[in-house]
Design a protein around this ligand. Structure first.
Ligand SMILES: N[C@@H](CCC(=O)N[C@@H](CS)C(=O)NCC(=O)O)C(=O)O
Length: 215
């Protein structure tokens, strides 16, 4: 069964796509244009009642929330493609920990920067320099913690690439492309080395090449 992924060009959908590529799961992309409001169509709202991208359809099964989707596929196809949860329960616990950090510490300030810097005109937002500065400072403090962690470990959890690293790719990309604050990665030696390793994975390069960002 081919998995249908809705809205492949948007960042949160790319979290799902890169996971499917790593797990060697066949998929089909269905375009939904957020800027034309297609995410609020009655048909799409049946799949994702909040009108957010992505959602997936896998036969009769549907699921939304990108991190729920990647957890689902990483678990369902544990022995296929890249093992993204680690080998032990302890490693899985740490993968979950860093997935939560990504969702609650890393992404929120970065999402605000993306909205105010990249999509302000398309989304009808007046860019607010105070909000931008405040979120840049917040994200910097988060990245300082990453720098410390990555000074002792190649990846966030240990010596293996996991769902935790993967989950940072879609919005991390914006920092260097679009937001124009690549220095936040490049000025942190270990974060910078980590970023180069994870963003050079063939899976991520394939996703960005197949579905360019709407920047
Ligand atoms: N927590 C959701 C967030 C999804 C999300 O915010 N998606 C953005 C695209 S990256 C979106 O659909 N935005 C449309 C809107 O805010 O109306 C997930 O991870 O699936």
């Amino acid at each position: 069964m081919v998995v249908k992924v809705y809205g492949p060009e948007y960042a949160s959908s790319k979290r799902v796509l890169v996971c499917l590529v790593e797990k060697e799961i066949e998929f089909e992309a269905v375009d939904i244009n957020l800027f034309k409001g297609e995410n609020k169509s009655l048909d799409y709202l049946k799949l994702q009642p909040f009108g957010l991208l992505p959602a997936i359809q896998d036969g009769d099964y549907t699921l939304y929330e990108s991190r729920a989707i990647i957890r689902y596929y990483a678990e369902k196809y544990r022995s296929q493609g890249t093992e993204l949860f680690g080998k032990t329960m302890e490693e899985k616990g740490k993968v979950e920990q860093w997935l939560e950090v990504e969702a609650h510490n890393f992404q929120p300030p970065l999402y605000t920067l993306v909205l105010h810097i990249v999509f302000s005109s398309k989304m009808g937002i007046t860019p607010d320099q105070n909000v931008i500065q405040e979120n840049e400072v917040k994200l910097g403090k988060v990245l300082d913690i990453y720098e410390e962690r990555l000074s002792t470990s190649k990846y966030l959890v240990g010596d293996f690439f996991s769902l935790a690293d993967l989950s940072h790719l879609p919005f991390g990309y914006y920092l260097l492309n679009g937001v124009g604050k690549g220095y936040m990665i490049r000025d942190r030696k270990h974060v910078s080395a980590w970023w180069d390793v994870i963003s050079n994975r063939p899976s991520w390069k394939k996703v960005v090449q197949l579905f360019p960002y709407p920047i």
